[in-house]
Design a protein around this ligand. Structure first.
Ligand code: SF4
Ligand code: SF4
Length: 187
């Protein structure tokens, strides 16, 4: 019989044991279409290709490894998972064709549900809720658009403010407002 205290992984800060394995988390990653993660052989090509990892502590190979081991709490509480830019470089180069970015998205969804969303991502969520955009438009952006022959305002909620209501309906229906702590009274 395998002991709960059996060491699975030693990180800089933690000793991870079998008691840390969350089989439901592991299965949720497989169920969401990332079943190919099981064939990861830890070659490190993903980390080598990752532009974010070159500038931050983010190491996608380790994230994939810990996810496939079912180390939910360890992975979702890792601040570095929010440093992925979803550029798909890793996925393009993975020799096993693993849907790495899907895995990152699944992990982030579970991290957000557990209250671990990064402040910068929460802020983007607030802008989307308030304006329908992750990045607010400003005079400089409008001038730049005009200088290259575009309308000052993009054909989004900026041109069609009535569409904001639809955006907010989706945000309420999905509970995203709760995840980012949005207060509909005070904004
Ligand atoms: Fe695993 Fe693919 Fe990354 Fe290699 S490139 S470590 S196979 S996810
Ligand atoms: Fe790195 Fe994310 Fe880009 Fe993959 S998608 S290379 S993990 S930043």
């Amino acid at each position: 019989e395998r002991s709960e205290s059996m060491t699975l992984l030693q990180t800089d800060e933690n000793l991870i044991t079998r008691a840390d394995v969350d089989e439901d988390f592991k299965q949720s990653i497989m169920d969401a279409g990332a079943e190919s993660v099981a064939v990861c052989f830890q070659c490190g090509t993903c980390t080598g290709a990752c532009p974010s990892g070159r500038r931050t502590p983010y190491r996608i190979r380790g994230v994939v490894r810990r996810a496939v081991m079912g180390l939910k709490e360890d992975v979702i509480s890792d601040d570095s998972i929010w440093m992925c830019t979803t550029c798909y470089e890793c996925q393009e180069r993975c020799p096993r064709g693993i849907k790495i970015v899907d895995i990152v998205k699944i992990i982030r969804n579970q991290a957000a549900a557990a209250g671990y969303m990064a402040p910068a991502h929460k802020m983007t969520g607030l802008f989307v809720t308030k304006t329908g955009h992750g990045v607010p438009i400003n005079d400089a952006t409008m001038a730049l658009r005009k200088s290259v022959g575009l309308d000052e305002l993009p054909p989004t909620t900026h041109q069609f403010p009535e569409a904001l209501e639809e955006v907010q309906t989706i945000i309420k229906a999905t509970g995203f407002d709760n995840l980012i702590g949005y207060n509909w009274e005070t904004g």
